[in-house]
Design a protein around this ligand. Structure first.
Ligand code: PDD
Length: 292
């Protein structure tokens, strides 16, 4: 059974508590930024990287973090302990606060800091034997997708389109280029070379994406961050997608095109293994540090 815990502005709470007023900037304008961190064996994996990106997102929308990064990390870990969490997620959201509904920033509002902990998500997943499918959709999002903001309506609609049509994820196409999925980054493999769209302003630079690039390069694989189109997808040997919650997921179908031989490939399996080792390594190091 999933167990959960919430936090708002200095207080641990139950998720069912009514705590925010109706006039709240995150609710009315999606005027907020967020992060999702995965917890393995009680350790929030790549927490500093997530908090650094949270800072970057906040700065990009001229939002001040109400408390220092170190304090946010402390609270995240405190919630994990309170819930005695083994595996699960920590959701962190900062909004511009409570204010009368006016578009301009309120003068004296205080940012809201919200956290949600949930257990129940499996730990490190094994390799997936059946590849997943992607449906392409026009990228109707704004031009600042590097910001992890809660303006997720185009993402939500794209994902719903995928699900309604029997696909696993939606792949955004902008100006003829593949970008990313509704909540995952994408990688192609051709002739042993791994390729992924560059982390410019048009995609979220996933923490999992960065980790995958790091472990792949460390293992001697070639990774190119280059512009890619559906022509590249159609001739690729392998496709896989990545995110914090889903880790590394093989894809064997994009629209009507079957990828490679229609089965998850060897590069996916290797990346999955390297990524799993990186998680185990970091968690072990953190636990060792704590017990010193
Ligand atoms: N989504 N691209 C988009 C648009 C995303 O929303 C996400 C993450 C990613 C992958 O980023 P990361 O590897 O840092 O999780 C890429 C999270 C998990 C979510 O919204 O639930």
């Amino acid at each position: 059974m999933t167990r959960s815990l919430g936090y708002l502005n200095g207080r641990f709470i139950q998720l069912s508590e009514n705590v925010l007023p109706l006039e709240e900037r995150g609710l009315q304008f999606s005027d907020s930024v967020y992060e999702v961190v995965k917890v393995y064996n009680g350790v929030p994996f790549t927490l500093p990287e997530h908090i650094e990106r949270l800072n970057h997102s906040a700065t990009s929308i001229l939002l001040d973090l109400p408390i220092p990064s170190e304090k946010i990390m402390e609270i995240a870990k405190d919630g994990i302990s309170q819930l005695n969490m083994d595996h699960g997620t920590v959701y962190i959201q900062i909004t511009r606060g409570n204010a009368d509904r006016n578009h301009e920033f309120p003068e004296n509002s205080q940012e809201n800091i919200i956290m949600i902990w949930k257990t129940g998500l499996a730990g490190l997943s094994g390799t997936i034997s059946e590849g997943k499918s992607l449906i392409t959709v026009p990228d109707e999002r704004w031009s600042n997708c590097f910001i992890k903001s809660t303006c997720l309506l185009p993402n939500v609609i794209a994902k719903e389109k995928a699900v309604r049509n029997g696909f696993y994820e939606a792949l955004f196409i902008r100006s003829g280029e593949i970008k990313e999925c509704s909540s995952m980054n994408i990688f192609l493999v051709k002739d042993g070379i791994i390729k992924t769209p560059p982390a410019d302003q048009s995609i979220l630079n996933g923490i999992t994406r960065q980790k995958v690039i790091e472990v792949a390069k460390r293992a001697g694989l070639v990774v190119l961050e280059v512009k890619l189109s559906m022509d590249d997808v159609e001739v690729s040997d392998e496709v896989f997608i990545t995110s914090t919650t889903k880790e590394v997921v093989p894809v064997t179908k994009v629209d009507q095109f079957s990828i490679g031989d229609g089965k998850p490939g060897e590069t996916y399996k290797l990346i999955h293994q390297l990524f799993s080792e990186a998680i185990e390594e970091e968690c072990r190091a953190v636990i060792e540090l704590q017990s010193d």
